[in-house]
Design a protein around this ligand. Structure first.
Ligand SMILES: [Zn+2]
Length: 577
């Protein structure tokens, strides 16, 4: 048994989908054929090299609970394997949906070698490459593929201008579990073409997922005679399921052909028939319950990534009809199992496999990346040396008109002197990626209105000069606001750099989650990496408190800020998972 909650696990039946006599037929057949096959699908996505033990700073930045990393994942899977061993009606499928190595120091510094050890020791059935696999060019992907026990599974990366798939991936893999033949198809986001540097994906083409998966689904069912097709892909679920579902329905009502413009896993699940289980990734949007399309009944799964949890769902397959008839979560809290070290005590063998890489990476953390003439302190709030340095670096990395981040994301002060890679990790442990948004002046002003109140968790910024009255009500706080040297204009468009974290609506900025995705460019550069680049080029740095952020009670409102259209009312905070 996996934990004490196992008995209380939730079971769901798709009775609605099996209406009338179909349901009766299935139940009658099931009664004759015995219990359904219980296919345990254990899944990861966006591990980003996080296989070393680490503190869960996203849960509690000051006293993070300890996560066990890959060695705890091994303990969990070993227990599950032992639990179902000898049960003829149970099987395990272990899959990863990509972005495996780039991110955590041990992943990045070993260019993914640590992940070869992790995947091979875990004995994954299928691993799909993500866009970040190409961060150091195709050579690293080839090396990974060569050293993994099995090739990557990916059906939509072609040699440019041909219909030949790359040599280092196979389009599908068939495994047999509990007497069922399961075909696993893999795919990477076609967006890789925009997210990777051109020279790193030279000679490769990333084609749309839907037609490729449909082709291999048919082949698997008709030629390979599989009983079940599972898709594992590096593309995922939206941040806000309800909003995206409303949008999808609007598009349908407007007569749009969704098949021609599939945007992520929700769209795909809606138009793809005959693939009842989809494991997604890329968006780092964990769902504690699977997203199930009301029409196709396809189930989509995804974890929050960064190795903090394992996904685990039990899919029930009726043996005579090969239909998926239900699903169950292993625990009461859903299909995501957080890898707390205390609960899943790290496996010794895996620990030994990972240790040499982790020790090497720790040495790498002592490498000097730059220096500062002054203490990099967070004192001074929205005008402190640390926040000013970080946002200047964000602006330099992206060339944006303005950059901002939440002060709560800066976790440490640094003394004057040498700065190491490990220091940067203490300051910014979250792996937030930079994004550039095309934003109207009204929204820029709204950000300052929201984040300048007395006692509000503030922002640091670079590129704007602002004067606020923090005691005024929201909507009346901003008294002067220049972008660069020009007064902000409500209808002008500005390029604003911030983090994917804030664009999800966190930190009280719920209205940022409403931005049309077409106005956002995700750079895929981690904020910490942008700071490292800046320090490498500009050390010694000496950021100071300056005139970018001033506060004065009852300061007069600048003429250019009067008579603006009132910004639309927005909810104060976005619902958080
Ligand atoms: Zn990705």
């Amino acid at each position: 048994m996996l934990g004490s909650n196992r008995q209380q696990g939730t079971a769901r039946r798709w009775a609605a989908a099996l209406a009338g006599c179909t349901l009766l037929a299935v139940l009658a057949a099931a009664a004759q054929a015995g219990p359904p096959v219980r296919l345990h699908i254990v899944f990861t996505n966006d591990i980003h090299g996080h296989v070393a033990p680490e503190g869960a700073v996203f849960m509690n930045p000051n006293f993070p609970p300890q996560l066990g990393g890959g060695a705890s994942a091994k303990t969990y899977v070993d227990k599950l394997r032992a639990q179902i061993a000898g049960d003829p009606d149970a099987g395990l499928l272990l899959v990863d949906a990509g972005d495996v190595w780039q991110g955590a120091p041990v992943g990045t510094l070993t260019q993914g070698q640590v992940m070869e050890a992790y995947f091979n020791t875990m004995e994954y059935d299928a691993i799909v490459p993500g866009n970040h696999e190409f961060d150091k060019g195709e050579a690293v992907v080839k090396r990974l593929a060569a050293n993994l026990t099995r090739k990557f599974v990916c059906a939509n990366i072609f040699k440019a201008g041909t219909d030949s798939l790359v040599d280092w991936a196979e389009p599908y893999r068939v495994v047999e579990r509990a007497g069922l033949r399961v075909g696993i198809v893999g795919a990477n986001t076609p967006g890789t073409e925009h997210m990777a540097f051109a020279e790193n994906i030279k000679g490769l083409e990333f084609r749309p997922i839907l037609p490729v998966v449909e082709k291999w689904r048919d082949y698997l069912l008709q030629v390979e005679k599989v009983d079940l097709v599972v898709l594992v892909m590096h593309d995922g679920l939206p941040f806000d399921a309800k909003r995206e579902w409303d949008r999808l329905q609007q598009r349908e009502r407007a007569g749009e052909d969704l098949r021609q413009d599939v945007r992520g896993a929700m769209d795909l699940a809606h138009v793809l028939e005959g693939v009842p289980v989809i494991v997604g990734g890329h968006t780092h949007r964990g769902y504690r319950e699977p997203w199930i399309d009301p029409v196709t009944q396809a189930m989509v799964l995804e974890t929050f990534g960064n190795g903090s949890s394992l996904g685990h769902v039990i899919v029930e397959v009726d043996r005579p009809t090969k239909q998926v008839v239900g699903w169950e979560a292993p625990r009461r809290d859903g299909v995501l199992v957080t890898l707390f070290q205390d609960e899943w005590w790290p496996d010794e063998d895996m620990r030994g496999q990972l240790r040499p890489y982790i020790e090497n990476a720790e040495k790498g953390l002592n490498v000097k990346v730059g220096s500062s003439r002054v203490e990099l302190s967070r004192r001074g709030g929205s005008n402190g040396p640390m926040g000013n340095l970080v946002t200047v670096a964000m602006q330099a990395q992206t060339g944006a008109d303005m950059a901002f981040t939440n002060l709560g994301g800066l976790r440490a002060d640094l003394a004057a002197g040498t700065i190491t890679a490990g220091d940067l990790l203490r300051v910014m442990p979250f792996d937030n990626a930079l994004a550039v948004v095309e934003m109207k002046g009204t929204m820029v002003r709204q950000i300052f209105e929201r984040k300048s109140g007395r006692g509000s968790a503030g922002i640091a910024q670079s590129g704007a000069k602002v004067l606020v009255d923090p005691d005024a009500p929201e909507g009346e706080r901003v008294r002067e606001l220049l972008i660069g040297t020009e007064p902000v204009h409500p209808d002008s468009t500005y390029k604003v750099c911030t983090t994917d974290y804030l664009l999800e609506g966190n930190s009280g900025l719920g209205f940022l989650a409403e931005i049309d995705p077409d106005q956002v460019y995700y750079t895929q550069t981690i904020d910490r990496v942008a700071l490292m680049h800046y320090l490498e080029k500009n050390s010694p740095v000496a950021p100071r408190t300056d005139d970018r952020w001033r506060e004065r009670k009852n300061a007069p409102v600048a003429p250019y800020l009067r008579d603006w259209p009132h910004p639309a009312a927005h909810p104060a905070a976005h619902a958080q998972p």
